[in-house]
Design a protein around this ligand. Structure first.
Ligand SMILES: *Cc1c(COP(=O)(O)O)cnc(C)c1O
Length: 481
């Protein structure tokens, strides 16, 4: 398909503006003026519509097909949430910061404040900042808050502890804030080895980062004891909330002993994601960390209105422009209001039921390295198929031919040939049954005709790529499409 720049014809326009009938504003200072045109494509409105409509038809999305991408929680995003985001007037983000500006956007600020309160209620935390723009950004914000807390107490801390099943962003975030990483292996029961953890703990540990249920979809039976041990060493507990979809209304991380949490609104709270954004990773904290929260902090004023706190010297400062990804937060807020408390509990119950259904129906055909009741996702291994020369990636590519987005593969890293399936609560039994049938078909093909799997996908505009070359020598313009 041609790039839109290749469709450009000199002088072609989509819109022609009428002659200005207002006085010309003063010219920008010389040094800020463009020396040459911006180099935009010169195309008609029809060119633009066709270009992007055709591009979108090559897109794979939850709106078109089943998308069981483990850990990413690709649930259906109800269209009414889009309506809510479109209806909600968006003020210029500077509005609230202008003198007296807070009074003119009380509705927006109240929505952000109430969203924070709802998230605090769901997670068992005392206050939430909505600033971080994604889960990983929330992790870094959370670890910065923990570092500020230890600094204020005069604690000398050097390490952050993570299990070896953790998402790569956990150790990366901690390292970016300047900590060294201690990695704890996974025990045969499928979670952080408790004895190894006890041995590794020492007074220089700043925080322990846990995902619970973890990336194997298993809930740690020792989680409360782990929190207690960490606290004995004056280390704080960080909860990676990417898997919150498994425990809504069932367990509140704050009640178990966690001190800081990030929530991926774009995973759990029904807002679209993929293709790199937009995301939103609000961070919740216990009381002791509130003084360090990012500014501007959205607070309840004495007169009952909502105000911005902008002058707290202990704050870690600003972690994003303004208040975070506002549109994503409107959708998440509408999602919570739409479902209510009972609805959110049902989300988790159905998500867990669906994952266990898929796990029990596929374990005849795929190895299950940690066989026990799972939470919202299950992790298989293609080790049985490997005996026939078929890898997890080949099964993933075959699923593309059959109209399914592949599950997450090769993650978590501790499972050889991992296939991580997360159906979410929004899928029907009929959809899951059809997917299960294709997964079984792939397992049977691995035995009878492995070559066919190695060739997949055969129905796509782009077939099997040399993945190293695709990353290193990117060429997004494919003449044959
Ligand atoms: C998705 C995910 C993250 C990172 O979140 P982003 O919003 O993608 O930055 C962290 N941990 C786990 C377990 C995840 O699944």
């Amino acid at each position: 398909m041609e790039l839109i720049y290749e469709k450009s014809v000199k002088g072609r326009r989509g819109v022609r503006l009428p002659k200005a009938d207002v006085p010309r504003a003063a010219a920008l200072p010389e040094n800020l003026q463009r020396r040459e045109a911006a180099g935009l494509p010169e195309v008609s409105e029809l060119d633009v519509v066709r270009h992007f409509t055709n591009l979108s038809r090559r897109n794979f999305s939850v709106d078109t097909n089943f998308y069981p991408l483990g850990s990413c929680t690709m649930k259906y995003n109800a269209k009414v949430l889009e309506n809510a985001a479109n209806l909600f007037g968006q003020y210029h983000p500077m509005t609230a910061l202008l003198p007296g500006g807070e009074t003119s956007c009380q509705g927006s600020l109240a929505m952000l404040h109430e969203l924070g309160e709802l998230l605090a209620e769901i997670t068992g935390m005392d206050e939430v900042t909505t600033q971080p723009l994604a889960g990983a950004h929330g992790e870094m914000t959370g670890i910065m808050l923990i570092a500020a807390y230890h600094r204020a107490k005069g604690n000398r801390k050097k390490y952050v502890v993570v299990p070896d099943s953790s998402h790569g962003t956990n150790p990366a975030s901690a390292a970016m804030v300047g900590y060294e990483i201690i990695t704890i292996p996974t025990a045969p029961y499928g979670d952080m080895d408790l004895d190894a953890f006890k041995t590794a703990m020492n007074g220089e540990v700043a925080a322990v980062m846990m995902t619970c249920p973890n990336t194997l979809g298993l809930f740690n039976p020792h989680i409360k004891e782990i929190c207690d041990i960490a606290h004995e060493h004056d280390a704080l507990m960080y909860y990676d909330g990417a898997n919150l979809n498994a425990i809504l209304g069932k367990v509140r991380p704050g009640d178990v002993g966690f001190d800081v949490i990030h929530v991926n609104l774009h995973k759990t709270f029904g807002t679209p994601h993929g293709g790199g954004g937009p995301g939103s990773g609000p961070v919740g904290v216990k009381k002791a960390l509130i003084p360090f929260l990012p500014m501007p902090r959205i607070i309840k004023a004495a007169d009952g209105g909502i105000a911005l706190e902008t002058d707290n010297p202990r704050s870690i400062g600003r972690t994003a422009t303004f208040y975070g990804n506002f549109g994503v937060m409107v959708r998440a807020y509408a999602y919570m209001i739409m479902l209510g408390k009972e609805g959110l509990i049902e989300v988790s119950e159905q998500a867990v039921l669906n994952a266990n259904y898929i796990m029990s129906r596929l374990k005849s055909h795929y190895d299950l390295p940690f066989e026990q009741t799972c939470m919202h996702e299950c992790v298989f291994s293609a080790s049985r198929q490997l005996k026939h020369g078929v890898h997890a990636i080949d099964i993933a590519k075959y699923l593309i031919d059959r109209g399914y987005h592949p599950p997450t593969v090769y993650f978590p890293l501790i499972v050889k040939e991992a296939i991580m399936i997360e159906p979410t609560e929004t899928e029907s039994k009929q959809t899951m049954d059809a997917f299960i049938a294709v997964m079984k078909e792939a397992a049977e093909m691995a035995e009878k005709d492995p070559e066919a799997l190695l060739r997949a996908p055969v129905t796509m505009p782009v077939t099997r790529l040399d993945e190293t070359k695709a990353a290193r020598e990117q060429n997004v313009c494919h003449a044959g499409w």
